[in-house]
Design a protein around this ligand. Structure first.
Ligand SMILES: [Fe+2]
Length: 491
């Protein structure tokens, strides 16, 4: 379902999914009339499905206190008060947790403020994990023994990966644009191509986080497709790509086998990125759901297709392919500030509502895919959708489209064009400026917790209680000490 209501003129070129690349001479005579599938579209569909499910659930939920749900378990924050005079109440209350086999993660007490008139008492805060089906009964049982029983506000969050190995579970594909199902796909009528794509896709299905990415020995025909795109775009980069892209591209040609005659191997590229910015690649079998794709970015993992577009359509693919990933995305992921911006997008998506996922996907669209930036008085491209698309790269820096200063609030709700070039592009002052603006935007996203990435364990820490925040601050103090010592050595 397109986000934009823009109509398509038959005189205009109809353009690609995540990886179109068109020559300027194809603008009035497209080689392929296709659709463009995007994270945004996927996010919207997911939101619609979830809304229907939530409505049905709300109708039957009496006291839903689910904070987080994973594998049939609910994580609850429960507050209650016990009078000291009612000593058996404590043992009876604890017995309730035992009966329901609740796994207690955290327990705190403090003097009761409401009962100071009489016999005193204690307020309890318990954070525990219990089976979802037992939640309401457990709460009812506690109410029989304790007073002022409260739980965290009724919120239900989507599961999200906490450890990098959890990315093995982030594999939900949007398959309707793959060549087996999409009649408009250039490979739809080519069983040999479909078999080859499936074989390469199977590498991704078998892959587990931490493994080496298997090599693909590309055929002469596949290398020919790559060569045509590579050669067409390379000269244009000098005048159209941002300096960060150009610098990374130079290094990739020197160290990672980027050349017209070679399709780089993901494992080598991944190692290069890891050394530059900590980003790494993992193979994916096709277009991933918005939530899974964004979640991977939180771990500095970029899910990357390994197959290549159909040879009959070198300038267009209705789905992401390795041309789009390797020429469009990879060079920018080698820049530290851009890498941080990408990770911040991912972190903001964890546990976010479907509405926010849709907005974040749209932000991703107008930055990571179609972003422009100012450099030395000129406007240059940094978006992967531009840098892997001859036609749109030229178009985006022409006088034709409207350009606006990047403001996340506006970009997050800007209708996007999925049948033609974007009518509007957002220009960032710099990546640092975009990063800061995005940080302010994220602060407005409603989540009763924050998350932070722990680079030592490659895991996500949910900052939902003061102790965890204190732990984070302690680590920060150590780092600040190192930096202030370094400054004093220099001064
Ligand atoms: Fe992309």
């Amino acid at each position: 379902m397109p986000l934009s209501s823009s109509s398509t003129s038959s005189t205009k070129s109809i353009r690609r999914a995540a990886s179109e690349l068109e020559r300027s001479d194809s603008i009035t005579s497209p080689r392929f009339l296709g659709r463009r599938q995007s994270l945004i579209e996927d996010a919207r569909k997911e939101r619609e499905r979830e809304a229907a499910a939530a409505a049905a659930e709300a109708a039957e939920a009496s006291e839903q206190i689910v904070f987080e749900e994973d594998d049939g378990k609910a994580l609850l924050n429960i507050f209650f008060t016990l009078r000291t005079s009612k000593t058996p109440a404590l043992s009876r209350t604890l017995k309730v947790f035992e009966t329901f086999e609740a796994k207690i993660h955290h327990l705190e007490t403090r003097p009761c403020r409401k009962l100071k008139d009489s016999l005193g008492g204690l307020e309890y805060f318990v954070r525990c994990e219990v089976h979802l089906s037992d939640v309401n009964t457990l709460i009812s049982s506690i109410k029989r023994n304790a007073e002022d029983v409260k739980t965290t506000k009724e919120v239900k969050f989507h599961w999200f990966p906490k450890r990098i190995a959890d990315l093995d579970r982030c594999h939900h594909l949007v398959t309707k644009f793959d060549p087996d199902l999409d009649q408009d796909h250039p490979g739809f009528t080519d069983p040999v191509y479909r078999q080859r794509r499936k074989m390469i896709g199977d590498i991704a299905f078998r892959y587990r986080q931490g493994q080496l990415i298997p090599r693909v020995e590309y055929t002469e025909e596949e290398i020919g497709t790559w060569r045509e795109v590579y050669s067409t775009l390379r000269d244009l980069y000098t005048t159209h790509a941002c300096s960060e892209y150009l610098e990374a591209f130079r290094l990739l040609e020197r160290h990672c086998g980027y050349s017209p005659d070679n399709i780089p191997q993901l494992e080598e590229v991944s190692r290069f990125l890891k050394e530059r910015t900590g980003f790494q690649l993992r193979p994916v079998a096709g277009l991933l759901s918005a939530r899974d794709f964004l979640a991977s970015l939180a771990f500095r993992v970029f899910q990357c297709t390994q197959y290549i577009r159909h040879a009959s359509s070198p300038m267009h693919s209705p789905e992401p392919d390795c041309v789009h990933e390797l020429l469009g995305h990879v060079p920018m992921l080698a820049d530290r500030t851009f890498a941080q911006f990408s990770q911040n997008l991912g972190l903001a998506s964890l546990g976010a509502s479907d509405e926010d996922i849709e907005k974040l996907s749209t932000l991703y669209w107008f930055t990571v895919e179609y972003g422009l930036c100012k450099q030395n008085g000129e406007v240059r491209a940094y978006g992967a959708g531009l840098l892997s698309s001859y036609g749109e790269l030229v178009h985006s820096l022409s006088d034709e489209p409207e350009t606006r200063e990047f403001e996340p609030e506006a970009a997050a709700v800007q209708p996007y064009q999925d049948q033609n070039y974007q009518p509007v592009y957002f220009i960032s002052e710099s990546f640092s400026d975009a990063k800061e603006k995005f940080r302010a935007y994220v602060a407005g996203i409603k989540r009763p917790f924050s998350v932070r990435f722990d680079p030592y364990t490659s895991s996500i820490e949910v900052l939902d209680n003061p102790l965890k925040i204190q732990g984070g601050l302690d680590g920060l103090k150590d780092e600040l000490k190192v930096l202030t010592d370094a400054l004093s050595v220099l001064s």
